[in-house]
Design a protein around this ligand. Structure first.
Ligand code: UT7
Length: 331
C-alpha cells in the first residue's frame, strides 16, 4: 500500500482586514481584551460577492499552480466546512462546478475545527487503498456573515475569521514518508457547548422568525469549557500520535495546531513538551478560521521554510462536537 503525501498547498483570505479596533466600534470590546484573551489582532472578512466556495476556488488555483497540475487532474474533492454556502447540497459540488469538473466525487466533512484532520484521514484512506489518486482536501469558512456583531455576540464575534486553505494529496511509494497515522475522536456529550441550533430539522418549522429572534441561528459557546477540554485533549491526541509511531516530542520538527486561541496553543505546547520553535502560530493575523486554520498555517509554515523533506509534522485540532484529532506526517 502506498502512503499519502502532500503534493502542494494553497490558501486565500478575503482582502478586507478587520482589526480589533474596528470591532470595538461595532460592540463593547477592546483590542486589549481580545489580544490578551486570544492573541488575535486582525481577521479577514468577506465582501459582497465572495463566498466560501469562491475563497476555496482561489486557494485551489494557487495549489494547482504550485503542483503544476490542472483541475482535471483531480480525482476527488473532500471539502471541510461548518459554514456552507447553502443548506444543501454541500460546498464540494459547488467547488467542483467552479473548477469545471463534472465527473469527480465531492464529499463534505462537517467536523468544524477538526474538519481538516478528519478530512485528511478520509482522503488518506482512499489514497492508500487506491480508490482515488489525487484528492483535493479543502478547509474553507465564511464566519463573518453568521456572527452576531453586537455586544450580545462579542464572546464569539471577536474570535472567528474567514478564509480557505487546501492541500492536494496523492500516493507515494516511499513508505518512509507521508501521512503516518491519523487519530480521530468525538464526544457528543458536549455538543451544545459550541453549536448553532438552527436552522435545523429538529425544529418544526426548521426556521422561523421566532428562532431568529431568539438568536438560535448564532453560534453559542461555553468558552471556558471549550478552553478547558481543548487544552487537555489536544496534547493527549498528540501523545497518542507520537507513541503509536515510536516517536517522542524531541522528534517533532513542527506542530501545526488548530488556531483557536493563542493561550490554548501555549497550553498545548507546554503539555506536549514542545519548544517555541516547534510550534507554528499565525492566529494573530487570521483569528479562528475553523477548518481552514490548519491548511492556512501549514501553507505559511512551508513558505517560511519551517519544514523540509523528512521532517516530522504533527497536526492537531479541537472543536465543536466536541471533536478532536491529530495526525503525524513525515514530510
Ligand atoms: O475552536 C474552538 C473554538 N472556540 C474556542 O477555542 C474558544 C475557547 N475559549 C476561549 O478562547 C475563551 O474562553 C474566550 C476567549 C472565549 C473567553 O475568555 P475567558 O477568559 O474565558 O473570558 P470569560 O468568558 O470568562 O469572560 C470574562 C468577561 C465576562 O465579563 P464578566 O461576566 O466577567 O463581567 C465577559 O462578558 O469578559 C467578557 N467578555 C468580553 N469583554 C470584552 C466576553 N467577550 C468579550 C469581548 N470583549 N469580546
Amino acid at each position: 500500500m502506498p502512503r499519502t503525501e502532500f503534493i502542494a498547498t494553497g490558501f486565500h483570505v478575503p482582502e478586507r482586514v478587520v482589526t480589533n479596533d474596528d470591532l470595538s466600534r461595532m460592540m463593547e470590546t477592546s483590542d486589549e481584551w481580545i489580544a490578551q484573551r486570544s492573541g488575535i489582532r486582525t481577521r479577514h472578512w468577506v465582501s459582497a460577492g465572495e463566498t466560501g466556495v469562491s475563497l476555496a476556488r482561489e486557494a485551489t488555483c494557487r495549489a494547482l499552480d504550485r503542483a503544476g497540475m490542472q483541475a482535471a487532474d483531480l480525482d476527488c474533492i473532500v471539502y471541510c466546512t461548518c459554514t456552507p454556502d447553502h443548506f444543501e447540497p454541500g460546498n464540494g459540488v459547488f467547488l467542483a462546478r467552479e473548477l469545471g469538473l463534472s465527473d469527480v466525487p465531492a464529499i463534505d466533512v462537517r467536523n468544524q475545527c477538526s474538519g481538516f484532520v478528519y478530512g485528511l484521514s478520509v482522503a488518506d484512506a482512499w489514497i492508500r487503498t487506491g480508490q482515488y489518486r489525487r484528492v483535493l482536501l479543502v478547509g474553507a469558512e465564511v464566519h463573518s456573515r453568521g456572527l452576531d456583531r453586537t455586544t450580545r455576540g462579542r464572546d464569539t464575534a471577536v474570535l472567528f475569521g474567514d478564509g480557505a486553505g487546501v492541500a492536494i494529496l496523492g500516493p507515494t511509494d516511499d513508505l518512509q514518508r507521508g501521512v503516518l497515522t491519523t487519530h480521530l475522536y468525538a464526544d457528543g456529550r458536549h455538543a451544545e457547548k459550541l453549536w448553532v441550533d438552527a436552522p435545523g430539522l429538529a425544529h418544526d418549522p426548521f426556521i422561523s422568525e421566532e428562532l431568529i429572534r431568539a438568536g438560535k441561528h448564532r453560534a453559542v459557546m461555553d468558552g471556558r469549557d471549550v478552553f478547558k477540554y481543548a487544552s487537555v485533549l489536544m496534547p493527549q491526541s498528540i501523545a497518542t500520535a507520537l507513541k503509536q509511531n515510536g516517536l517522542t516530542p524531541a522528534d517533532v520538527k513542527l506542530l501545526v495546531p488548530h488556531q483557536a486561541n493563542l493561550r490554548i496553543i501555549e497550553m498545548v505546547q507546554k503539555a506536549a513538551g514542545l519548544r517555541d520553535d516547534q510550534v507554528y502560530v499565525n492566529i494573530q493575523k487570521y483569528g479562528n478560521t475553523t477548518a481552514a486554520s490548519i491548511p492556512i498555517a501549514l501553507h505559511e509554515a512551508l513558505d517560511e521554510g519551517r519544514l523540509a523533506r523528512g521532517d516530522l509534522l504533527v497536526l492537531t485540532a479541537f472543536g465543536s462536537g466536541f471533536t478532536w484529532a491529530s495526525a503525524a506526517v513525515r514530510w
